[in-house]
Design a protein around this ligand. Sequence first.
Ligand code: F0G
Length: 461
Amino acid sequence: MSFEFKTIIEPFRIKSVEPVRLTTEEERRQAVSAAHYNLFALHSRDVLIDLLTDSGTGAMSSAQWSGIMRGDESYAGSESFIRFEEVVKELTGFRHVIPTHQGRAAERILCGEVVRSGDTVPNNNHFDTTRANVEHGGAEALDLVIEEGRSPEVVHPFKGNMDIEKLEGVIRERGRERIPFVMTTVTNNAGGGQPVSMANLRLVREVCDRHQVPFFLDACRFAENAWFIKLREEGYAEVHPRDIAREMFSLADGATFSAKKDGLSNIGGFLAMNEDDLAARCRNNLILTEGFPTYGGLAGYDLEAIAVGLTEVTDEDYLRYRVRSVEYLWEKIDSAGVPTLRPPGGHAVYIDAKALLPHIAQSQYPAHSLAVALYVTGGIRSVEIGSVMFGKELPGGGEEPAPMELVRLAIPRRVYTQSHIDYVSEVVTAVAGQARSLTGYRITEQAPTLRHFTTKFEPAA
Ligand code: F0G
């Protein structure tokens, strides 16, 4: 007789441990004040559970570490590159694979080669670096996610989908020659780590074909997206996530990729595409800025770690555990009555700070206030995805707030255990119970772009 067990366990055991440091609330209060209330400015030794990002923070497997010993550090023609390229080609099917030191370098090279002033780049939602790279080229970064994807409380199985009618409209109105490429981000990080359906990717492909506009994926979390397709889209329940991922890539002309997410690696990325001329230009740009095309700003051992990571990440036991463990945290927070973005995403739980802190005006950054409180109360570092990250300064003074005020609890891959996650939900519940006592913040210093990394704050009077 065989049993169906409910508990989905971590499909690994721990070979090496890294201590975390417990601090007192008073110590954390001092640390965050010294950091000008910017969690990016904290020292990691003052953080107990670090949910700032799932990027580059994962634990590598023993197979990855042994791959690292195989790293071939030859400047040109490295064996490690050949292994890396083979895995990326097998997965994506793209003809040209250009390694980069991380995702934003791939974005910079692509945008640098094709984006011109006055252009428009449509995406479901640009992530911050993608937006900044598009805007740096003088173009407009346009977010065209479906209406459901704009409201935290609305449930939809593929809330990351592109609004196809709007996409068609934008291309018609602005002219295909002003659209250097269309991008879809899988999963849609800025919109809550929400997946995009295969059907939607197919429709984007059709629109791009009709107008002869190239279609690129921002594929950082392609494996989590593939798992959601398997769980939620008709016809995919029996398909292996790797085959789903291959089909996703087959619908695009190219991809930018940060190996720090679903590459299960601490650094790295790539730009891949089919078009020969563009690839040649991008490679020249790479040589100028990142390195020779067989290492692209990475060590040979990084290429090995990514090659192994890209093989491990589509394992069904891994993906089942990964997506379920994020959902587990979400269920606990949700059942405590804390407003969240629903359903939970693939890599993170997003708390809806606008709903939790209606007494803090958006001009005083409610999501930022919540993120600071989670740190002070429980040593948890999260990230604000709201008006600090995406607010726009208006020409006459003041700011246009972001559409959503979210606090993202991003879960590093294979790092924290269930008791860490239970602790996180306890802290979130305790802070939410004191929501009324939280107050807003004021910016005292900021940078012209990507300001959230370095902004200084003080508590509003
Ligand atoms: N695209 C998406 C959707 C991302 O989430 C990120 C990074 C990038 C591109 C850039 O990749 O960091 O390797 O240069 N996101 C991280 C995060 C930083 O915390 O979500 P990168």
